[in-house]
Design a protein around this ligand. Structure first.
Ligand SMILES: [Zn+2]
Length: 58
């Protein structure tokens, strides 16, 4: 998986469980469609430090 901005290969940073009710600034109205928490994988680009979040399906 490559960075959309600069093309550098992304590095896996961590897996996080986000509590949607406390992070509505990240997901906006999306949080109103789901309840509970969201498992995400976080990747960082070593080139430009951009963070990418991906939903991890169970
Ligand atoms: Zn980048």
């Amino acid at each position: 998986m490559q960075c959309l901005r600069c093309g550098t290969e992304l590095e896996h940073l961590s897996d996080e469980e986000i509590q949607l009710g406390h992070n509505s600034f990240l997901f906006g109205s999306f949080s109103q469609m789901l309840s509970g928490s969201l498992d995400v994988k976080i990747y960082v680009c070593p080139g430009c430090k951009k963070l990418e979040f991906y939903h991890e399906e169970d």
